[in-house]
Design a protein around this ligand. Structure first.
Ligand code: CS2
Ligand code: MG
Length: 403
């Protein structure tokens, strides 16, 4: 089964999404997501100039060999651009293999480990009351787990909070990076009140999650984790930047609040100490940015040895192709924890027809052979690329800060 064509499709039905389509001489094709939010065209160039010409004529069934060829062959291993490009190829090839076998992808991976995949939705509000209203809306929709984020008094804009209530927030919301101002003290004073209010209003059963977006120092993260223990969070995400994996030892010494890390990771080496030393509870590295199914499966198997579970990234900048493939993975992976879900807008759903379905706070990936997500190329062509950037974050005195 030879690869005869491989091309990149760039579309912006509300936001930029990059898709790789690989076609074989047997007429079977597969698609993979190649979206790296805010750096999309770097991956397009990487694929078009360095990867796709080398794929033509290769046997599409040799997924592992092609993965190794692209990874080792790059010489410049790892990094988000390289690993996103490899992921796009890898997921497209798994799609092809599963279609050729006439199986939904989860079957090829080893079959179902569960009947359905629990997801968490996003409730955001300018203040605590606004956020509670959004939590209520999610509970009504059936969600069993909700990530809660609210505006902080005295801080003008908070990343991860929608501009208007009832809407989603958009990670890349301006042509060039918007500048936000951050104040750790105000945040630490306010955010525990949000969790207290959610528990008070919605009781003990709802799973509550929260994302700190890397903004605290390790000791501040330890303090926050300890302060919110009474509210029994499902997880506290990215409480400090994780380039320095050792930082999490300090946090762990201070709190039993479960920790989730890894949406910016692209390799097993980024999370080796975090997993091996049981410094985190959930690993968020996901298919599109961490080398596809072939590599994330390695991360998940390694994590399983240490009782670390998966909690894949699933913001809107991960296309429906990643959502579909991730749901198959989640259906199979033994050490599944939870899956993030931010609904795409209806236009994006039209461009990417898919088999996955939401019901009662859970997803099922569907029974369509492959990962079950396709692309309507004609529709996609109507929405050209539009540059969009993630914001930057500064302290009040102007110092550039993490976000
Ligand atoms: O947990 C999450 O989903 C967030 O951290 C994302 O909004 C993330 O910042 C974006 O996907 C970045 O593109
Ligand atoms: Mg996050």
């Amino acid at each position: 089964m030879k690869i005869v064509e491989a091309r990149v499709i760039v579309t912006c039905p509300g936001r930029n999404l990059i898709t790789l389509k690989i076609v074989t001489d047997e007429g079977v094709y597969g698609i993979g997501d190649a979206t790296l939010n805010g750096r999309e065209m770097a991956v397009v160039a990487y694929l078009e100039e360095h990867v796709l010409p080398a794929l033509i004529g290769r046997d599409a069934r040799r997924i592992e060999d092609i993965w190794q060829y692209l990874y080792r062959g790059a010489y410049w291993r790892r990094g988000p651009v390289t690993m996103t490009a490899i992921a796009a190829v890898d997921v497209a090839l798994w799609d092809i293999k599963a279609k050729a076998a006439n199986m939904p992808l989860y079957q090829l991976l080893g079959g179902k480990s569960r009947e359905r995949v629990m997801v968490y939705g996003h409730a955001t509000g300018k203040d605590i009351e606004g956020c509670l209203a959004e939590v209520a809306r999610h509970v009504e929709l059936g969600y069993k787990a909700v990530r809660v984020q609210c505006g902080i008094p005295g801080i003008a804009t908070t990343y991860g909070v929608a501009k208007r209530s009832g809407e989603r927030y958009e990670p890349a919301d301006s042509d060039l990076p918007a500048e936000h101002v951050w104040d750790t003290a105000k945040y630490l004073n306010h955010v525990p009140k949000l969790f207290a209010a959610v528990r008070e209003r919605f009781g003990d059963d709802l799973h509550i999650l929260h994302d700190v977006h890397h903004r605290l120092t390790p000791i501040e993260a330890g303090r926050l984790g300890k302060a919110v223990e009474p509210f029994n969070l499902f997880w506290l995400e990215d409480c400090t930047p994780a380039e320095n994996q050792e930082a999490f030892r300090l946090i762990r010494q201070h709190t039993t609040t479960p920790l989730a890390v890894g949406e910016v990771f692209n390799s097993i080496h980024d999370c080796r100490e975090l997993i091996q030393e049981q410094l985190i509870d959930y690993i968020r590295a996901t298919l599109v940015h961490a080398g596809g199914i072939t590599h994330v499966r390695r991360i998940a198997d390694f994590a399983a040895l240490y009782q670390v579970r998966t909690g894949f990234h699933g913001a809107t900048d991960l296309s429906p192709v990643t959502m579909g493939a991730a749901l198959h993975f989640d259906t199979w992976v033994p050490n599944f924890g939870i899956q993030e879900h931010m609904p795409h807008d209806p236009l994006t759903d039209d461009v990417f027809p898919h088999a996955y379905r939401f019901e009662d706070g859970h997803f099922t990936p569907g029974e369509t052979p492959g990962h079950g997500v396709d692309i309507n190329e004609e529709l996609a062509a109507r929405y050209p690329y539009k540059r969009a950037s993630l914001p930057v974050n500064r302290l009040e005195d102007g110092t550039l800060w993490h976000w």
